[in-house]
Design a protein around this ligand. Structure first.
Ligand code: AMP
Ligand code: GLY
Length: 427
């Protein structure tokens, strides 16, 4: 019997490379397998040729190999019930079951939980009938936000400045089925203004430990211009999250949400991500996610002090304790390099050079996202290609090191924002 625990990480983005990178340094020296992984995980783990959404294939692999723990990265397999399937086979999983993952998988569900739990959030209404949604929008104040109920790969939220825009967003979703069944129901909510921050908490359903704060940059261009993306960079800590805000988020967001879920018979185990808007009238929850944020986790994990696996294990087993989570005092910044054109259409298969020069920069680590090993070369294989990350004594140091590393890397039509952490650096 091999004493090094076997861990299956489901997913193949920057988040999963960061998780694998961190777990690879654990004292238990786990054997890591990623499905499907990327060119970065290939250096520290065995990549399986199984998509993160291939529940049948993943369950079959896990039954055969009986991993110590399965860590599920992305929302799609969580919302599809991969956790339930694995647990039914007696396997241990980090990541919520299908009922709990609805907190991200259904905005109608999530809003209902927030309302019942008294969590501060944007005023909203949910609709299954297009006619009623249109009537509501016509009577609502502009701008307003139209959200598809289900998963929509980050594209299901439309901020509407005009009634015409709102009407067409509602019709796109509910009549023309732009997001398939995800848009059969919509949530229409008030537009909130402020600065966004992400706070994530590990939880075993009962006990919770909040992780270091982080902020990401959603817009594709400098100065927060251009379309929304999955995230163009992140940094931790996020100074906008003040010392006073922590207990407020714990008491008014995480604790009541977990309690409301328990009241519904749902035990949430894994990581719960609260996307917050800090408005002039106080903090509001914009959304919950049922997984680690990407790229937020790329800026959070390098700051994690000590082993990661015991904390993930404890979530899975219902034994989470505060002592399992400690932080380094340094700051961390992650600059996401994307393929030109993203979040619209972009090319794949371009050769990436300079990766080892970048990794040699002080305190730098390059997390791979959309990359692939092809004939021993690393090539682009997605919109978000790399998360170039660095630690520093101050956020300013971390940012400048991350950019120093990013400058060493090149591929055709590479693009990255030059102003990651600008708000924090102004403070
Ligand atoms: P969500 O998936 O609900 O977080 O929405 C994605 C992004 O849309 C958020 O990170 C915000 O930037 C923006 N957003 C969502 N809801 C609102 C809102 N009520 N007011 C303003 N912006 C919003
Ligand atoms: N970076 C935003 C997210 O992971 O949802």
């Amino acid at each position: 019997m091999n004493s090094h625990p076997l861990i299956l990480i489901v997913g193949g983005g920057g988040r999963e490379h960061a998780l694998a990178w961190k777990l690879a340094q654990d004292s238990a020296q786990p054997r890591l397998v990623c499905a499907p992984g990327n060119a970065g995980t290939a250096e520290i783990a065995t990549n399986l040729d199984l998509a993160a959404t291939d529940c049948e294939g993943l369950v079959a692999w896990a039954i055969e190999h009986r991993p110590h723990l399965v860590v599920i990265g992305p929302e799609a397999p969580l919302c599809a019930g991969l956790t339930d399937r694995l647990q039914a086979e007696g396997l241990r999983v980090f990541g919520p079951n299908k009922a709990a993952a609805q907190i991200e998988g259904s905005k109608v569900f999530s809003k209902d939980v927030m309302l019942k739990a008294g969590v501060p959030t944007a005023k909203s209404a949910s609709f299954t009938e297009v006619g009623e949604a249109l009537i509501y929008a016509r009577g609502a104040q502009l701008p307003l936000v139209v959200k598809a109920d289900g998963l929509a790969a980050g594209k299901g939220v439309v901020i509407c400045e005009t009634l015409t825009a709102a009407e067409s967003a509602i019709e796109e979703m509910m009549v023309r089925g732009a997001f398939g069944s995800s848009g059969a129901q919509v949530v229409i909510e008030e537009f909130l203004e402020g600065e966004e921050a992400s706070i994530l908490a590990l939880t075993d359903g009962e006990h919770l430990v909040m992780l270091a704060s982080a902020q990401d940059h959603k817009r594709v261009f400098d100065g927060d211009q251009g379309p929304n993306t999955g995230g163009m960079g992140a940094y931790s800590p996020a100074p906008v999250v003040s010392d006073e805000l922590w207990p407020v988020v714990r008491k008014t967001v995480f604790e009541p949400t977990l309690r409301e879920l328990r009241n519904r018979g749902i035990i949430y185990r894994g990581v719960l991500y609260a996307g917050l808007m800090l408005t002039a009238r106080g903090m509001r929850v914009l959304e919950f996610n049922c997984r680690f944020g990407d790229p937020e986790i790329q800026a959070i994990l390098p700051r994690w002090d000590g082993d990661l696996l015991p904390a993930l294990d404890a979530c899975a087993d219902g034994e989470l304790r505060d002592e399992l989570v400690r932080w380094k005092d340094e700051a961390c910044a992650c600059v996401v390099m994307v393929a030109g054109g993203y979040p619209g259409s972009y090319a794949c298969g371009d050769t990436i050079s300079g990766l080892s020069a970048a990794a040699q920069q002080q305190s730098a680590v390059v997390f791979h996202a959309g990359t692939l090993l092809k004939d021993r070369e690393v090539v682009t294989n997605g919109g978000r290609v790399l998360g170039v990350t660095a630690m520093g004594a101050s956020l300013r140091d971390a940012v400048s090191r991350a950019y120093g590393a990013a400058e060493k890397i090149s591929f055709a039509n590479a693009h990255y924002r030059k102003d990651i952490a600008w708000r924090a650096l102004l403070l």
